[in-house]
Design a protein around this ligand. Sequence first.
Ligand SMILES: *Cc1c(COP(=O)(O)O)cnc(C)c1O
Length: 460
Amino acid sequence: MKPTRRSWAEPFKIKVVEPVKMTTHEQRRRAIAEAGYNTFLLRSEDVYIDLLTDSGTSAMSDRQWAGMMIGDEAYAGSRNFYHLEEVVKAYYGYRYLIPTHQGRGAEHIISRVLIKPGDVIPGNMYFTTTRLHQELAGGRFVDVIIPEAHDPASLHPFKGNVDLDRLESVIREHGPQKIPYVSLAATVNMAGGQPISLENLRKVREITARHGIRIILDATRLAENAYFIQQREPGQQERPIAEIAREICSLTDGCTMSAKKDALANIGGFLAVNDPEIYDEARNLVVVFEGLHTYGGMAGRDMEAVARGIEEAFQDDHIRARVGQVLYLGEKLREWGIPIVMPIGGHGVFLDAKAFLPHLPQEVYPAQALAAAIYEDSGVRAMERGIVSAGRNRETGEENKPKLELVRLTIPRRVYTQAHMDVVAESVLAVYEERERVRGLRMVYEPRYLRFFQARFEQL
Ligand SMILES: *Cc1c(COP(=O)(O)O)cnc(C)c1O
């Protein structure tokens, strides 16, 4: 029999492997209890398939590893900095580069440079570190993402889009002088890796330009966003990913970037801007918080790995396979009727914990409990993106109650095979079939900042 469709596989072959430890159910039951039911507190050794995050966990290519060997570890003026600068100009198009140790270093600096106490920063849904740095600089984040982004069942193809009327009304309410910039993410991590469309971005540009307001892009997963535009937006099918990405950047005034995602590196980040005055300020601050302006907290070899990673990140074959693997896992879960955020995002599959565990109210942390249950079942490590991640209101001290209560299965780039994805899907199904046995949690330790990283829980 001839197959009815042609199979498709990753555009690479495996040259080095890292063996992983296999654990028993009893070992995992103990490990997750000792970790306070927080997957961030597990030892990686006790994890079989690690879908905690796609941040810094990607597999580098032989070309990137070769680049590490030509790291120029000079304190000042490393050759790898100049290579990175050249690559950032070529792929992102901004005029000035400020390297940082990772994305939050760039967020810290741009927030300090642009935000004054009392300012308001509209954005397409918050990201944890981005919003915290805006707040620490005295600003207040205001969500202007379209309402569909908060609805896990909505099939809107661009759930990262800005609600233009809402943006206009925020500008009217506060006045443009109170808005240093609009903070735009592509893709939107907290909405489930959802993209913003070119059409929407062009309109945001029109509105902000009318009021003299800048746009700062969170370019962490720009390549994935560009892929969705190529696949979904009318008239974009023939354009290379790199070209679409460049156009996105051209509609903004600068970007913060975590090189631990798209850029296929284990550490690194940068801030890039067009305005020479902002650059000057940022270059002054980077030496205080990160390192000299030609390394910003990165080793020379890391800057080389990032530069080469960016060149690989915008290759169409790479990004199709990367997002393709995420879609493979998501479609499998959906076929089995497991509630996930739709459409499937670019960097992970998000389980809808509210629908998965309807017997658990949000107060007993259903997503946190579900991530722990999946670990216990199979050693697959996921993470909570719900009420624990959302933290507390800084003024009232009350818990923020996000509409989305999710568990994120995040896929590292080029690390796992399709067989690993099958194991993950089957584990989620096994927990789903016994879902009424998953118990809620009580928080017994709560850190003051970004509590999801270190909070501890007990089973109810
Ligand atoms: C990871 C991430 C950041 C922060 O970057 P780090 O390198 O972890 O400091 C910022 N924005 C988004 C969308 C991210 O996913």
